[in-house]
Write a protein that binds this ligand. Structure first.
Ligand code: BGC
Length: 753
């Protein structure tokens, strides 16, 4: 029977292939026809099967499921009740499950294999917030492309990335996985990542289908606590939360993932307004939506669904097409259809969307196209991957402070003390999304610095940052007491010309479920920093972290600070090249650094309020015990050279505004600068932020070289969404600001229309 049906399918495919032209539309309608033919052959249970996703048998990336043992999963694969698996990786493993689906089920429909390819597969690029700090869209796209190529060689065909959640709260551990706080930068990066993962042709075996997540408002968890309630106004939803998703959709992203949080009282997974009205309605998204891990059944804990059956009905009707690890669809949907609570059209629509993406990936032509042992061996961990990871890592580093040009370090004749457990840590640079990376495989800062042999380098750990297991299941234990290694480190520092201290968070201290109420250096590291400072003030602080930290003391005392995030497999090489000046830093912060936790959420573009300041009297919007100013503003980042901005000019026509500025390299070395343009719509029918990024350009200048940069502002940049979700552009007075950070050097005013 199965072979017979397969034969029919092949015939349909062949007939349709003949008529296929290069045009995307034709290809699309060809796929639509194939999907419809296939749907006609499927039973209700098989269609529901497409909507069911199971975790594999090895890794878990969420609460360990209470049901679904291996035998049952295999049985369901054979019945055609599984459309996708996640966390199955490696050609051998993927082939094993694919074989059951394709060769042992009635219709032989291939699985789509998903995995969190967040910033690399085995070879890790910098964590996404670090990549965002490059503001280099081409590099970010390339990084996603490399990640796709490596993961696809391991049998994967779908990544749960990019995360396009805007977040303004450094307490939220998942800021490491996004592009930071800004909607404009975040939207551009969303596009770069989608295009990088998916390439131009999804059926190419080096590309993956991407997934814009988490739809929506997951980054607005109250008090930065993961999974917490999001309760935001309609203006923030339309103007800040949704645009990066829309940008990803317009870039052709094939899947969306909904989110754990509720938004204004409705769990996103069961939110019809988000999924049906906006995403599939207004935006006409024709890919599919996967739930987050167990988020369908979690609607019971939210107090929204009375039981699993109710949850399945709510999710399916709201437009969640695939169930990740709730076991709700597979168990409940068929009954719900029979009872008329979920219509067969809802099931057909979901199955159609899922099958379509499988066709686009080319899985029907060859279900094993991602299963090539030779390619797996050649591509994974190859030089090409590591070269790209190194390049991206260098571009991601942000020089936060460099008093008296302490950096770059001289390359010979100096005594350098390297201090901090993170300096020799070969795991932390891999971050927390590193399931397929080999343990201890990153180049450490110590190893990177050892490549500059003409200085005398002495290493002391100073303080163990953590001990205990640090994987998805176990918690990270921070060392809050043990100062026994301080003595050795102090001695090492005393004798040095320069002390390089690598401090911050271990890889698993940020990421999912890693929210933090404190944003200082964890454990005894602050104590260590001060102890070293007492004997040697010539400190270069290298930060390794997944979120902005309140390093206010360090900023007041330490002359040089380098934000080096978690930079992936090549971290140590990249950091050493920056420290020694073989690469001139050009990163800019994609997220504001607070001075203290009490300022959070802090971001560069709040509203002005009715009582802006500063004022001498008390009644204005401020803190009595802390400044309103951040420690480091959004967009901030230094270079080993300096740039001057001059000659800001604006010419406003009726439908277009041109803004130009001259940027000059006023230092002694070649350098890159991110030229940033912000606007402020001074009076609007819905109040606008004090500043909004609306353009940026990454340029390179030789010493004394000048360039004139011109930005064009159109309705796309000058408008906003009103409280009915309608995009409007209002004529009137605008301010425009240009400079090398959100604290810009030049500004002027123009009239629009
Ligand atoms: C995360 C998702 C992820 C999924 C699968 C969830 O816990 O929120 O972002 O893609 O697990 O690993």
């Amino acid at each position: 029977m199965k072979n017979y049906i397969l034969l029919i399918l092949v015939c349909i495919a062949l007939v349709n292939c003949k008529s296929e032209s290069k045009s995307n539309d034709v290809a699309k309608s060809t796929i639509d026809k194939k999907v419809d033919s296939l749907l006609n052959l499927m039973t209700l249970e098989e269609k529901i099967g497409q909507m069911n996703q199971y975790n594999g048998f090895w890794d878990v990336t969420g609460p360990v499921p209470s049901e679904g043992d291996a035998a049952k999963k295999y049985e369901h694969l054979r019945k055609g009740w599984v459309g996708s698996m996640l966390n199955v990786r490696g050609v051998e493993n993927v082939r094993k499950v694919q074989k059951v689906a394709v060769e042992e089920s009635r219709l032989g429909i291939p699985l789509i294999i998903g995995f969190d390819v967040i910033h690399g597969y085995e070879t890790q690029s910098p964590i996404p917030i670090a990549e965002a700090a490059s503001w280099d869209l081409k590099a970010i796209q390339k990084s996603a492309q490399m990640a796709a190529k490596e993961a696809a060689a391991a049998g994967i065909n779908w990544t749960f990335a990019p995360m396009v959640d805007v977040s303004r709260d450094a307490r939220w551990g998942r800021v490491m996985e996004g592009a930071g706080e800004d909607v404009f930068l975040g939207s551009k990066i969303a596009v770069a990542r989608v295009e990088g993962f998916q390439g131009k042709d999804l059926s190419n075996e080096e590309t993956l289908s991407a997934c814009a997540k988490h739809f929506a408002a997951y980054g607005f968890a109250e008090s930065g606590k993961d999974y917490n309630t999001a309760d935001i106004g309609i203006s923030t939803l339309y103007n800040t939360v949704l645009p990066p998703f829309k940008a990803a959709k317009n870039a052709g992203v094939r899947t969306f993932m909904n989110s754990f949080n509720e938004l204004n009282g409705i769990p996103a997974t069961g939110d019809k307004f988000l999924q049906r009205d906006i995403l599939k309605g207004e935006w006409a998204f024709d890919g599919f939506v996967v739930s987050d891990w167990g988020s369908i059944m979690e609607m019971m804990d939210h107090g929204y669904a009375s039981d699993k059956k109710h949850a399945a009905a709510l999710a399916a009707n709201a437009g969640s097409d695939m169930d990740m690890e709730s076991y709700a669809y597979v168990n409940e949907l068929s009954g719900l259809v029979k009872e008329g609570i979920v219509s067969e059209e809802v099931i057909n629509d979901a199955a159609r969307r899922i099958l379509k993406v499988k066709f686009e990936l080319g899985l029907f032509e060859n279900p094993y196209k991602y299963c090539d042992e030779k390619r797996e061996k050649e591509v994974i961990g190859s030089k090409e991957m590591h070269d790209a990871a190194l390049d991206m890592a260098k571009k991601s580093i942000v020089l936060l402070k460099n008093e008296n040009n302490l950096l770059p370090l001289e390359k010979s004749g100096k005594k350098i003390a390297l201090i901090g457990a993170l300096a020799s840590d070969k795991n932390s640079p891999l971050g927390s999304w590193r399931l397929a990376a080999k343990d201890n495989s990153a180049i450490s800062v110590l190893e990177g610095m050892q490549k500059y042999p003409d200085n005398e380098l002495t290493y002391a750990e100073g303080a163990a940052v953590v001990y205990g297991a640090t994987n998805f299941v176990h918690e990270v234990n921070v060392n809050t007491k043990d100062t026994s290694k301080f003595k050795e480190a102090i001695q090492t520092a005393k004798n040095a010309d320069v002390v390089v201290m690598v401090l911050g968070e271990v890889g698993f201290q940020s990421g999912e479920a890693r929210s933090s109420a404190n944003l200082g250096l964890p454990g005894v590291q602050q104590e260590l920093l001060e102890a070293i400072y007492n004997v040697n003030k010539n400190i270069v602080l290298v930060l390794n972290n997944g979120r902005p930290l309140t390093i206010t003391w360090a900023d007041n005392h330490v002359p040089a600070i380098v934000e080096a995030w978690q930079l992936g497999s090549q971290a140590g090489n990249a950091i050493a090249e920056i420290l020694y000046g073989d690469y001139n830093p050009s990163g800019k912060l994609p997220m504001t650094f607070p001075r203290s936790v009490g300022q959070v959420p802090i971001y560069y573009n709040p509203k002005n309020t009715g009582r802006p300041g500063p004022k001498k009297e008390v009644f204005w919007s401020h803190y009595q015990d802390e400044s309103n100013a951040p420690l480091y503003p959004f967009g901030h980042g230094l270079s080993y050279t300096t740039f001057n901005y001059s000659n800001l000019k604006v010419s406003a026509a009726s439908n277009e505004v041109k803004v130009s500025v001259t940027v000059t390299n006023t230092g002694k070395v070649v350098g890159k600068e991110v030229v940033q343009l912000y606007i402020r719509d001074i009076i609007a029918s819905v109040t606008r932020p004090v500043k909004e990024l609306k353009g940026f350009e990454l340029i390179s200048l030789k010493p004394s070289e000048s360039k004139e940069i011109t930005f064009t502002l159109t309705e796309k940049e000058l408008g906003f969404f009103n409280n009915q979700g309608k995009y409007i552009v209002e004529p009137g007075e605008f301010k425009v600001f240009v400079g090398g950070s959100s604290v810009t050097s030049l500004e002027t005013i123009f009239q629009y229309q």
